[in-house]
Write a protein that binds this ligand. Structure first.
Ligand code: ZN
Ligand code: ZN
Length: 182
């Protein structure tokens, strides 16, 4: 996929955000402000001031909307869900060059809250993916006990597990054992 660095970065951010949701299996990955702050730092979300309980609630709401986009049963549902998120988000396209990256567009408004920043940049990245006809790359892990989401960036769109080092390996080992037993 010939996407710019911010597009790739935003897609990785939205995957990481959605996978903190208890709806993807496991515990709440953003139980408090400390975890939210750690997320902001690890994903290098810029221009974010002191976080509050309001930020946490807003980010969790945006996260669930993004989860619905990943798990939409068909494209019209994904489009509808994404459009309702985008329509409630201030989006201010701005050309920028930073950290040695070539000229590209940022979408979040300068004074955005964390939730708005994520909704704008991740929302536009997902919108562009759908526009490119690549919506089927938005996947949920096929391992039976894992509902993590991922973006399949493989050339032939063949990836079925969220992370080849954990779920993929685990399932390959299980398949190998099943073959040996057969
Ligand atoms: Zn950038
Ligand atoms: Zn998985």
């Amino acid at each position: 996929m010939p996407f710019g660095h911010d597009m790739v970065h935003s897609l990785a951010t939205v995957v990481e955000l959605v996978n903190t949701s208890p709806a993807t299996g496991g515990d709440e990955g953003l139980p408090g402000l400390a975890e939210l702050q750690a997320f902001v730092e690890s994903r290098e979300v810029s221009g974010i001031g002191k976080l509050t309980a309001r930020d946490l609630a807003q980010v969790r709401a945006v996260r669930e909307a993004f989860h619905r986009v990943f798990t939409a049963p068909d494209q019209p549902t994904a489009v509808h869900t994404l459009n309702s998120l985008l329509s409630s988000t201030r989006i201010t396209p701005r050309l920028t060059e930073h950290d040695g990256h070539p000229l590209h567009v940022h979408y979040f408004a300068a004074d955005s809250s964390l939730a708005e920043h994520l909704a704008a940049d991740c929302g536009v990245a997902l919108a562009l993916l759908l526009v490119e006809g690549e919506g089927e790359r938005l996947r949920t892990c096929s391992a039976p006990d894992c509902d993590h989401v991922f973006v399949d960036e493989s050339r032939n769109r063949s990836r079925v597990y969220c992370d080849s080092r954990t779920c993929g390996n685990r399932m390959h080992v299980a398949a190998y054992r099943a073959r040996r037993r057969a």
